[in-house]
Design a binder for this molecule. Structure first.
Ligand SMILES: *Cc1c(COP(=O)(O)O)cnc(C)c1O
Length: 372
């Protein structure tokens, strides 16, 4: 194999050699050198959302879902009531974990090809004062739709409700400014748009609600308040940290800053996205979402209508050309997804489109047209 395969998946994703090389060293979890890495990383993550005044940053071991679960466990009292606007798979996951932790969860369904409506959330909060928190998925990675974070945050603030944001697939790419958007917690992870490796999440918690979080969590490992208190006191992680993941993320964030931070990352991903959708359109493929509601993070395409199409074969043929695609997550429609994020640029995206064109030829499919 001449080069690593390119992951067109929304985490794990393609990382730079520099990020990978950062993992070739062992660190003691209690060692002062490692504590410095953790402290600097926490400060740099607060920089990204301009949150030093308003928020603390609490990292947590595990995949992204662990941190969503921890945010709900820590922020929502056991008798709390969570409203989850649902326009996709990650919204459903958030509702499910909320319920499983014994909090009341009300799911508010929306169409999968539409953003959540802030006006509808407003109406719902007016109708049901028992709701204490809203959980919003910023970019619903199941389809790629961007939900209106600023508008929903304004609605929650007006009603005096807590807001927990799953910004896993948007953080670092889409703008999020804590000075203008009020959220109680915002969750992201190492292996998405910051282009680190997977293995840790992190949660911004609003200082004004932090003290009231003590004792909410029914889980020891998921208690972000406890993690925060311990880290402030000792500079250390409460339990064994994913040391290699942490130093890789620190190296990835250094590159993020050098590239020009969030605006530069958004510009590169937008360029990747345009290269992808233009190239795929020329092959006859059609995206599932209207472009005006699509985030430049991950694109859902309709499968070609041709009888010879089968995702597994399509995937294997693209993989032989060194590109890893992603299956669709819609129940009603045959689709597949292509990520625009990771340490890749326009040239790699064009090569990905060429690989898809070759793949269609090999499968005997004249074009990607989803209708016949
Ligand atoms: C990736 C992702 C998660 C976390 O998924 P894990 O598999 O646990 O890392 C949660 N929410 C969204 C929107 C995501 O894109």
């Amino acid at each position: 194999m001449d080069r690593d395969r390119i992951l067109l998946t929304p985490g794990p994703l393609t990382t730079t050699l520099r990020t990978k090389l950062a993992m070739l060293k062992d660190w003691g979890s209690w060692d002062a050198d490692f504590n410095v890495v953790t402290a600097r990383l926490r400060a740099q993550l607060l920089d990204v959302v301009h949150g030093h005044e308003s928020h603390v940053l609490v990292p947590l071991q595990g995949s992204g879902t662990f941190s969503v679960e921890a945010a709900v466990a820590t922020l929502v009292p056991r008798n709390g009531h969570v409203l989850v606007p649902d326009n996709g798979a990650y919204c459903k996951r958030a509702a499910r974990l909320t319920q499983m932790m014994g909090r009341k969860a009300t799911v508010m369904p929306f169409a999968e090809d539409e953003p959540v409506s802030a006006a509808a959330v407003d109406e719902r909060l007016r109708a049901d004062p028992s709701v204490t928190h809203v959980v919003l998925v910023h970019c619903e990675t199941g389809t790629g739709v961007e939900n209106p974070l600023a508008e929903v945050a304004a609605v929650c603030e007006r009603h005096g409700k807590g807001l927990i944001v799953d910004a896993m697939s948007s953080f670092g790419a889409l703008p999020i400014d804590a000075r203008g958007i009020r959220f109680d917690a915002l969750v992201a992870a190492s292996g998405k748009c910051l282009e680190g490796v997977p293995g840790m999440g992190f949660v911004f918690i609003r200082k004004a609600v932090l003290d009231a979080c003590a004792g909410n969590s029914q889980s020891l490992a998921m208690d972000l308040h406890d993690q925060h208190v311990y880290m402030e006191k000792t500079g250390q992680w409460r339990f064994t940290p994913p040391t290699h993941v942490v130093v890789a993320l620190a190296e990835a964030v250094a590159q993020f800053v050098e590239e020009g931070g969030q605006p530069a990352r958004l510009a590169r991903y937008t360029d990747n996205y345009r290269t992808l959708v233009d190239g795929m359109a020329a092959l006859g493929f059609r995206p599932f979402l209207k472009p005006e509601i699509q985030a430049p993070i991950i694109v859902t395409f309709h499968a070609p209508a041709h009888a010879a199409y089968e995702f597994k074969r399509f995937y294997e043929a693209a993989k032989r050309r060194d590109f890893i695609l992603y299956p669709g997550k819609l129940t009603q429609l045959e689709t597949f997804r292509v990520g625009c994020i990771g340490a890749i640029g326009r040239n790699v995206m064009q090569q990905a489109v060429n690989a898809v064109a070759d793949t269609l030829r090999e499968m005997g499919i004249p074009n990607g047209n989803p209708t016949r």
